[in-house]
Ligand binder design. Structure first.
Ligand SMILES: Cc1cc2nc3c(=O)[nH]c(=O)nc-3n(C[C@H](O)[C@H](O)[C@H](O)COP(=O)(O)O)c2cc1C
Length: 465
């Protein structure tokens, strides 16, 4: 079972991949979509889209466009770069993409037109492989189609993709208009996986946010070759490690998770309340039954945060309100961090285990993927350091013109991890928005991160067991 980072425009870039790679567990990184005509025109931002320093052997380039020829030409250019494959975006339903004939529009064009695109790209990749290069894998990310899609039409479309040589399919099983409202129909992933079993791996995407929803997804589509995660990865760059640890935990993981063993996420010393929430959401079984199952199997997997007990749950429940963390800071003694004169963070935390986010990935240090994540060792995440590292990497790997949007987009998700999510998010959005220059935006965001964790030190450390 592979775990894949989804393509996300403005999120799935080099700086973000570094954040994910610090923890490991991710088998493939899909890059944010690259517009084929812009790539061919050599636009001023393209070099940033093409950065591939973090585990390039796991990188997949996603292309978008509304015409076959430029997409094939762009695929040929990308084929000369590092990376394992080229993905064609046939799933994006954002109006600025779909209304121009790109993204999901490829699913509603005449079948022969889309077939011609795939054939042309496939030929370009085969051609690029002639000079001794390994041929890049061709994949497609798709939805179910238009709102009035039929099963016959959908499978005729995917049959065409497979017949034209597409080598991996990722299905986000919603229609064009469903956005995130409707529940993803994971059963279509299973039907696809069975249809092409032994020929084309099929990856599930949609609404996998933690171990419990991963388990539910795998139960719904046991023949899926992988699970791709988007929004939850932006919120928790460690989610791949979190899930991979569960998979490895009893060599199973999938087997035990699939059978419905409990997945436990607890805050601090573990009140079990969060467990109840997750289980209810994931599989509709009664929490009590799952707790029993967990005890019986001895299979509970815990995520604990900081040193607080059940407080975090209570805080999270009220996080959307306008509370500020001041009172909380006064009460907390679990963790403190100070900012030295030079701006460096000096965490004064007693941790038994080194923080994963302190370790920078290098070309030689490959992050472990699913199979290599150590199930036994707890993973300690320093959320402040992770945020600061990310901001620093944005400054290193993005053009100044992008700083504001990249920071705002990431922190819109990341802040949801914390007790006073709404407050933190507002601080971060304002810090980026009101900065006079891009460099100021970087500094202001770093300062806002430090200020938040100084006020809420118990939010800083998170431990995945
Ligand atoms: C900010 C953002 C940007 C996205 N950009 C892309 C993209 O460039 N290409 C694409 O195929 N899908 C894109 N998507 C869709 C995701 O890849 C994914 O299919 C969708 O969010 C469902 O997965 P999730 O439930 O894990 O978030 C984007 C989603 C988000 C939230």
């Amino acid at each position: 079972m592979k775990l894949l980072l989804a393509p996300m425009a403005t999120v799935s870039h080099e700086a973000f991949r570094r954040a994910v790679a610090r923890f490991g567990g991710c088998d493939e990184y899909y890059n944010e979509m690259i517009n084929a005509p812009s790539l061919l025109a050599g636009g001023q931002w393209e070099k940033y889209y093409l950065l591939a320093e973090t585990e390039p052997e796991k990188l997949v380039w996603q292309l978008t466009g509304n015409k076959a020829e430029p997409m094939a030409e762009a695929a040929a250019l990308l084929a000369e770069r590092d990376g394992i494959g080229i993905d064609l975006n046939m799933g994006c339903s954002a109006p600025q993409i779909a209304n121009t004939g790109a993204g999901v529009a490829w699913m509603t064009k005449p079948l022969t037109e889309t077939a011609a695109l795939v054939r042309l790209v496939k030929a370009a990749l085969a051609n690029a492989a002639k000079d001794g290069r390994t041929e890049k894998r061709l994949s497609v990310k798709l939805r179910l189609g238009a709102d009035d899609f039929t099963d016959a039409g959908f499978f005729a479309f995917t049959d065409m993709l497979v017949a034209e040589g597409v080598q991996q399919l990722t299905l986000h099983p919603r229609t064009k208009k469903e956005k995130y409202r409707a529940k993803p129909r994971w059963e279509y992933v299973e039907r696809l996986a069975l249809r092409y079993e032994g020929r084309v791996p099929v990856v599930l995407n949609g609404d996998v946010t933690d171990r419990a929803s991963f388990a539910a997804a795998v139960r719904a589509a046991p023949h899926a070759a992988g699970v791709m995660i988007a929004r939850a990865a932006a919120q928790k760059p460690w989610i791949f490690a979190e899930i991979a640890k569960a998979i490895c935990a009893d060599e199973c993981g999938a087997a035990k998770l699939v059978r419905g063993a409990a997945v436990q996420e607890s805050a601090g010393s573990g009140s079990g309340q969060m467990l109840t929430q997750q289980q209810t959401a994931a599989d509709g079984e009664t929490p009590a039954a799952n707790v029993h199952a967990s005890i019986a199997h001895g299979a509970a997997v815990q995520e604990s945060a900081g040193g607080g007990s059940g407080q975090m749950l209570t805080q999270r429940q009220t996080a959307a309100d306008s509370a500020t963390p001041a009172a909380n800071a006064a009460a907390s003694t679990a963790h403190t961090a100070s900012i030295a004169g030079n701006g460096a963070i000096q965490p004064t935390v007693a941790t038994a285990t080194p923080c994963a986010s302190f370790d920078k990935p290098s070309a030689r240090e490959q992050s472990p993927a699913t199979a290599a994540v150590a199930p036994a060792a707890p993973l300690v995440i320093d959320c402040q350091q992770l945020a600061l590292d990310f901001i620093g990497d944005v400054a290193r790997f993005q053009p100044p013109e992008f700083y504001k949007t990249r920071l705002q987009r990431f922190f819109a998700y990341y802040c949801d991890n914390f007790s006073f999510a709404h407050y933190f998010k507002t601080q971060m959005l304002n810090a980026a928005a009101h900065a006079a220059t891009p460099a100021d935006a970087i500094d202001a965001c770093k300062a806002a991160v430090c200020a938040y964790f100084a006020q809420c030190p118990e939010d800083c450390l998170r431990q995945l067991l």
